[in-house]
Design a protein around this ligand. Structure first.
Ligand SMILES: [Zn+2]
Length: 237
């Protein structure tokens, strides 16, 4: 697995010459105040090595997995825990998640219940290569499933969250689906493949696929409407 090491470089509007580099190590515990970054066009691909060598607590949670970046499922095996009975799942013995992601999803489900949202469950968490290959080769998943080695599900940090009695493609237009999309960042989870971001993510709109990235990153991406590819590009500058 490629571990990302990074420093934040945020351009602050109105102070064009001020460049603030904040080591992720000293970021406050509370989410940072919303800052509108000046996002210029990328001049280099996101594969550029960051200059900072200081590891950040959330570094491992920001692993980028997509059509261009593969990952080794073995790297994450030690972090997996069975999701049931911490959260409702569709197949009791089959759903495993990264322990940190599971904790975040459990907290989110608790808050959802308090807000009157019910019926949420995890239908898919960690997947090995064979399972992913099966999904990828199924024509019904064309445009959604990625080839083995390229799925976030190999990390256990991604979860497909569904709503009992509601079709996965219909959930975006339900109260439950909207609640998830609006609130997941509070728990460190992002809606990984939003509507209209297909050109950036390479994946069609998936209102069910949530990815744990840590609270600070999730908050920043939500407030600035960034997908993970854009956020990592920003960190690499
Ligand atoms: Zn998924």
């Amino acid at each position: 697995m490629r571990r990302l090491r990074f420093g934040f470089k945020l351009f602050i509007a109105g102070i064009a010459t001020a460049l603030v580099v904040i080591s992720a190590k000293i970021l406050p515990q509370t989410p940072p105040a919303p800052i509108e970054p000046i996002i210029t066009q990328p001049t280099q691909p996101a594969t550029t090595q960051p200059t900072t060598t200081q590891p950040a607590p959330d570094t491992g949670y920001l692993v980028l997995v997509n059509r261009d970046h593969a990952v080794s499922a073995e790297d994450f095996q030690d972090f997996l825990v069975r999701a049931w009975p911490t959260v409702p799942v569709s197949a009791i013995y089959d759903v495993y998640l990264h322990k940190t992601a599971l904790q975040a999803i459990a907290e989110m489900f608790d808050s959802a219940r308090t807000a009157g949202i019910s019926g949420l469950f995890v239908s898919s968490g960690f997947r090995g290569y064979d399972h992913q290959r099966e999904l990828y080769e199924n024509p019904a998943n064309q445009g959604f499933a990625l080839p083995p080695g390229h799925s976030e599900h190999h990390t256990g940090l991604a979860a497909d969250i569904l709503i009992a009695g509601i079709g996965m493609h219909e959930m975006a237009d339900t109260q439950e689906g909207r609640w998830l999309a609006e609130n997941s960042h509070r728990y460190g989870l992002i809606l990984r493949y939003p509507r209209g971001a297909e050109a950036l993510t390479g994946i069609g709109f998936e209102p069910w696929h949530f990815r744990y990235v840590g609270r600070e990153a999730a908050y920043y991406m939500f407030k600035n409407n960034l997908v993970l590819e854009e956020y990592i590009e920003l960190l690499m500058r």
